[in-house]
Design a protein around this ligand. Structure first.
Ligand code: SAM
Length: 281
């Protein structure tokens, strides 16, 4: 790997690479257009370093040239790397625990089978928490429960599929669930835990961009989780996504949002039920 000294000389950028305002705007526009993610000005230095390294690694003479290549070629495989560089994957098991208590009560009263879409699943902690909640609420093996867990970030979804976590990640998981749903690693895998197949089999993973055109069929889901993701989008994008979520829910279906997300004034498609849970109007 080249040192940052070499990279900076090749790109005529200082070691703490800052993009020119024009190139930062260019990168931000491409990212927003493709993934909806709004790149704040405080990301300029990080973006500079990331893009300079990546552009250099794949043989471009400048970040500008790299961005031109993306702009010119919407089907370039490089888009995947570009987007993965800017996603924020922060998540946890049983994050915002009150939602899982609400989900447990909700599914007990619903007509079965139950189908849930976890639409920004990151590295898997959220869909596996949903899976544990469903299994505990509907323990009969013949009661159908399924989760479709998607994210735009291909690396995150790959890690989610693997279902292997350092032991400290599962601290929020109740002890009896840990025994039931996880295997402890031994030998080289000591300090890691792995989701058991009995839980993993409830979850189907996939890559899905909330801005893409082909969406799930109407009435597909009992509930959708889209938590701590809309905050990265502007209001127009949030509204568009909410209006696409609504038809994919069954009557009375729920939308779970993140703790700082408020959709009340964006659309009539949902009304707030409480604790950042929305019901389809
Ligand atoms: C902060 S994480 C939230 C994870 C989880 N929902 C939670 O609340 O713990 C945000 C996730 O949204 C995903 N994301 C960002 N833009 C997206 C898009 N256009 N389509 C689908 N997922 C997207 C990111 O890759 C990231 O994994």
């Amino acid at each position: 790997m080249e040192s940052s000294q070499n990279i900076s000389s090749i790109f005529a950028l200082p070691a703490q690479a800052k993009l020119s305002p024009g190139d930062f705007e260019y990168a931000a526009k491409l990212l927003r257009g493709r993934a909806g993610i709004v790149l704040g000005a405080h990301k300029q230095e990080m973006a500079g370093r990331t893009l300079a390294l990546r552009a250099h690694a794949i043989g471009h003479k400048s970040v500008h040239e790299y961005l031109d290549e993306l702009a010119r070629n919407p089907t370039s495989p490089e888009w995947e790397m570009f987007i993965n560089s800017f996603t924020i994957n922060h998540t946890a098991f049983f994050r915002e625990q009150h939602h899982f208590e609400i989900l447990a009560r909700f599914v007990r009263t619903r007509r079965k089978p139950i189908s849930i879409w976890c639409s920004a699943a990151s590295t898997g902690e959220e869909p596996y928490t949903i899976a544990m909640t469903l299994r505990e609420s509907c323990p009969q093996p013949d009661v159908g429960v399924s989760i479709w867990a998607t994210d735009i970030d291909t690396n995150a979804i790959q890690r989610a599929r693997e279902g292997v976590y350092p032991q400290e990640r599962v601290k929020p998981v109740p002890e009896d669930y840990l025994h039931k749903y996880f295997q402890r690693g031994t030998g080289r895998r000591a300090g890691l835990v792995r989701v058991k197949d009995s839980l993993r089999s409830l979850v189907e993973f996939g890559v899905f961009n909330l801005l893409q055109n082909d969406w799930p069929a109407p009435g597909s889901f009992d509930a959708i989780f889209c938590r701590n993701t809309m905050i990265y989008f502007d209001k127009a994008t949030q509204t568009k996504i909410l209006e696409r979520f609504a038809p994919t829910l069954k009557t009375g279906g729920l939308l779970f949002a993140g703790h700082s997300e408020n959709f009340t004034y964006l659309t009539d498609a949902f009304r707030l039920q409480g604790q950042t849970v929305y019901v389809k109007s």
